[in-house]
Design a protein around this ligand. Structure first.
Ligand code: ADP
Ligand code: MG
Length: 660
């Protein structure tokens, strides 16, 4: 009979998953899907080995619980037998006398307590017969349900190599039922999850941990009255749950040389042995395979168990048991139940998925920055053994690219870099905003002051001019009046500068030939003889839209500043460049340059390094305001140190061709 039903054995508690990929790493069949950063068991692929439950430090994986079902059976009115797996001395090592444990189980309400070791005895005999039979060509033990599921799902071609013999649990189920009656309910208690889905003959399967839970709930302690197992009593089969257990249990294992048996346990080794068997490297041998490191380390045992101490505990129990075993009775029992059928067949149940095309895999690898074999670190951090396996899982929708640690680290570095850039941009935008605010306040204040001063200044200029004209030539009063006129003119200049500054709050865009415009700006200023001015336009399409009056102020102010920076003469160069979207005006001089210290202040209103009466410190703030209103920007490069090359300053004004 082949098992055909499938129960979900392992469940995920999503909230607890911290995505460490340990479950995936430890899962021999990669039956875990990582989606949206959460690990989830894929029941279809699961073989019920329980590794994920064992390794999850967060308790995010739990097994199917059977405690409630067992309570139901106990209260059903049927007689109920407990069949205890031979690994019990490994789990209940604190209970020195096994009869106390039997007594405790009886107290829970079980009518019979039997040991599966006897089932192991008869199964081992069957194996022995098979291995020693003529024409034996090798096979794979079928007592570990995780292994049989693994073969049926992932190596279906090997199903014929599974020994057609039931497990000790099923054998014992049949024996106990034969002995105690057909309507008996049977509960197997052991270290295994996969057994919960192994057979429909056994009514319930629960783990040692669940048995402990029942003891706790019922307040059953070691003070229970000691009692022996109900017959049939097991013999050597008690050694079954440790590595090489089946081999050691065979009645005359001395007759089966060790060379005829290959023993592999644990999630890596059993797979490797199957692979070698499939590839023909192992012939005419019996493969004794266990998914755990011996049943004593099964997922249904207490966490943190010590493998060798557990093995020793089982060994001790067996030694004592065999020393007291009534061989004759045992032989009689074996004979009595020899008519129980122990055969079973297995059917393939292929759950392998189709491997994606090479192109698809390569494409996926490239999304993680893996272009050549050299980029495949195969570090295993994602939970898969190789980058290719990871890529296949991604294509299949079972994994995510973010699981690749090197890729994620690189992405993180990029994000940090981008964040830094954004931060810098933010800081400069903040500074610009502050400057704009300052200018806006200045503008309001300036407008107010300028407005108030304009009229009285007009009166002063007018009357001082009249008085100066009336004053006789040569008199000193005429010289005094000339000074008043001059200074009043200067005040008017400042006031008009302030008004200019305050007025700039809107632009009047006009289509302009920027080459003509720049040439005109250079022509319209006074240039001392010691200055050579050159104009070098370099632009294909000179048409752009801008506020010509305001931009003219920008250009002439820059050109005047340049000339003023070259009191002993020099070169003034004006240029226009452009691309599809922008126009760039360049004003360059070979003057003194702007020191680092001053560079921070030049856009502050009233900052000037020029002597009293010459500078107002309003030129660059005005330029700043106009350029900002054109949605443009100002780049300045300057050198004040002759040892570092020619001194001088270059202003580059970049404005959009059409800011609309
Ligand atoms: P002002 O020309 O009235 O001093 P600006 O706002 O036009 O006011 O300029 C402020 C200051 O920036 C100047 O006093 C000068 O120190 C500096 N500056 C501006 N342009 C140049 C330049 N081309 N070369 C050297 N320094 C300059
Ligand atoms: Mg100036």
């Amino acid at each position: 009979m082949s098992q055909s039903f499938r129960t979900q054995l392992v469940f995920t508690i999503k909230d607890r998953c911290r995505v460490c990929y340990t479950c995936l790493r430890e899962c021999p069949v990669k039956a875990i899907k990582i989606i949206n950063g959460q690990a989830e068991v894929i029941n279809d692929r699961c073989i019920g080995c329980g590794n994920c439950v064992k390794v999850c430090s967060q308790g995010a994986k739990v097994s199917l619980r059977s405690v409630d079902e067992v309570y139901k059976l106990l209260g059903s009115g049927h007689k109920v037998a407990a069949c205890i797996a031979p690994s019990f001395p490994a789990e209940f090592s604190e209970i020195r006398d096994h009869r106390v444990l039997v007594g405790m189980i009886r107290k829970l309400g079980f009518d019979y307590v039997t040991e599966v070791a006897f089932g192991a005895d008869v199964v081992a005999q069957e194996y022995e017969r098979r291995i020693k039979s003529e024409g034996y060509t090798g096979d794979i033990s079928s007592d570990c349900p995780a292994v049989t599921y693994f073969i049926r799902h992932y190596h279906p071609d090997l199903v014929g190599s599974l020994a057609p013999i039931v497990s000790p649990m099923v054998a014992m189920t049949r024996i106990v039922r034969e002995k105690y009656g057909d309507d008996l309910k049977i509960v197997f208690i052991g270290p295994c999850f996969a057994k919960k889905a192994e057979s429909t003959e056994t009514d319930e399967v629960m783990t040692f941990l669940e048995l402990r839970e029942m003891f706790m709930q019922s307040g059953i302690q070691e003070s229970a009255e000691p009692s022996d197992f109900d017959p049939p009593v097991g013999g050597k089969g008690a050694i079954f749950p440790i590595t090489r257990g089946l081999f050691l249990t065979t009645n005359s294992h001395e007759d089966i040389p060790e060379e005829r048996t290959v023993i592999a346990d644990g999630r890596v080794n059993f797979k490797e042995a199957i692979k070698e068997f499939e590839e023909g490297f192992i012939r005419n041998k019996h493969l004794e395979l266990l998914c755990c490191e011996g049943c004593i380390m099964g997922p249904g045992t207490s966490p943190g168990g010590k493998k060798y101490a557990r093995s020793a505990a089982v060994g001790e129990y067996v030694r004592e048991k065999l020393s007291k075993l009534d061989q004759e009775t045992w032989q009689d029992q074996v004979k009595r139940f020899s008519s129980i059928p122990l055969e079973q067949g297995f059917e393939p149940d292929d759950r392998r998925f189709e491997i994606p095309s090479g192109d698809e895999i390569q494409e996926t690898l490239e999304t993680m920055g893996k272009y050549t074999a050299k980029d495949h670190l195969n570090c295993g951090a994602c939970g898969y053994d190789t980058c290719v396996e990871h890529a296949i899982a991604i294509v299949k929708g079972l994994a995510e690219t973010e699981m690749c640690l090197p890729y994620s680290i690189e992405k993180l570095h990029d994000s940090i870099k981008n964040l830094n850039i954004s931060n810098e941009k933010l800081a400069s935008a903040k500074a610009a905003l502050k400057q704009s605010e300052k200018l806006a306040h200045m503008g309001q204040l300036s407008a107010g002051i300028a407005h108030e001063l304009n009229n009285p200044l007009g009166v002063i200029t007018m009357y001082s001019n009249i008085l100066m004209d009336e004053a006789p030539e040569g008199e000193s009063i005429r010289e005094d009046l000339r000074l008043i006129v001059e200074q009043a003119e200067r005040c008017k200049k400042i006031v008009s500068g302030l008004l200019n500054f305050a007025r700039k709050n809107q632009v009047n865009l006009v289509e302009t030939d920027v080459v003509h415009f720049a040439q005109h700006s250079l022509d319209s200023i006074l240039k001392p003889d010691n200055i050579t001015a050159t104009f070098t336009p370099s632009i294909e399409d000179p048409i752009a839209k801008m506020d010509i009056d305001q931009m003219m102020q920008v250009m002439t102010n820059l050109e005047k500043n340049a000339i003023e920076a070259m009191p002993h003469g020099g070169a003034l160069q004006v240029g226009v460049e452009g691309n599809k979207n922008e126009i760039i005006f360049i004003v360059s001089d070979s003057g003194t340059g702007i020191s680092k210290e001053n560079m921070k202040k030049i856009f502050t209103p009233f900052f000037t390094t020029k002597e009293m009466g010459k500078g107002t410190g309003l030129g660059l703030p005005l330029i700043y305001g106009i350029v900002k209103m054109h949605k443009g920007k100002i780049d300045i490069t300057s050198n004040t140190d002759p040892s570092k090359g020619d001194t001088g300053t270059t202003f580059r004004i970049v404005v959009p061709r059409n800011m609309e």
